[in-house]
Write a protein that binds this ligand. Sequence first.
Ligand code: AFP
Length: 354
Amino acid sequence: MVDAQTGEDLHIRLEETQALDRDCTTLSRHVLQQLQFSPDAQDISALMNRIGLAGKLIARRLTRAGLVENALGFTGTVNVQGESVKKMDIYANDVFISVFKQSGLVCRLASEEMEKPYYIPENCPIGRYTLLYDPLDGSSNLDTNLNVGSIFSVRQQEGDDEDGSAQDLLQSGRKQIAAGYILYGPSTMLVYSIGQGVHAFTLDPSLGEFILANENIKIPEHGPVYSLNEGNFWQWDDSMRDYIRYVHRHEGYTARYGGALVGDFHRILYQGGVFLYPGTVKKPEGKLRLLYESAPMAYLVEQAGGRASTGTEEILDVVADKLHQRTPLVIGSKEDVALVESFIKEQKRISNQS
Ligand code: AFP
């Protein structure tokens, strides 16, 4: 269709207008739109903005890490989980702390890299939130320039935690008021939820802004991908081995595993399927941390219409009994999570009979 006066193609003009609208939805504007009538709108928007800033700083460092002396490799120390710490883990951990200093928003940060939560005295007591985070998830991928991510979760600060033991954090994942992750892949993406659906933003490096890419993402009810470390096959119990034999014998399944939860989960969020990190004989609770990894991802997947389970219980119902607690994780499309659970149930039935 052509404009009679200007001779301009109206379809092109319309497409340009729509493209402009889309380009203008930044992360903070999106949060404000979602929380229009809430008294917390400004605070949550500012908080998400700071998380976005942390993501930009970490992404910038990662882009050049191979060229910067001393950016990669190990520090020579081990963290509270007994894992070797990488220099980038420490950098990313400190970035989150520094972006929240003097913000007046977050009183305390708890991360898998720190034994105890970090208090920002100048933000307390006005800071009403606690940030829990995994600063650089999948950091073993760094040596080979593969994807990594940051995972975050926001909870209301409850009480003043005078003894610093963070007992108030030992509650179910349903206490989270926001959660999400930043994926450092070919592009940097931030995916978040504040309890009103799941939304994805892509970092436009020329603008330095996270721009809305996908709104209200819904995970398919079923998908072809199963994602787990099959190298642990003989460490699992029979139920997991039976599940794997089942997917090997049936058409329509395909394996994908990248060794970083954020990337593996991101694929499943868009394409459907299931990610698993089950317990092993030696470590029945598996590898992933409840408060920093499993619970935030569970919050997202439920918001997207999927499920997250330990295999026997919804992840969001699990009450942590310590800050760095681990938990088995089965997360993804509803039908695929239920299929895995059915093998666990069957195994229990057989063991109870014998
Ligand atoms: P790293 O941060 O030590 O690389 O661990 C990543 C992670 O916590 C999670 O992102 C992966 O899904 C999982 O561990 C991979 O563990 P495996 O190497 O045992 O498969």
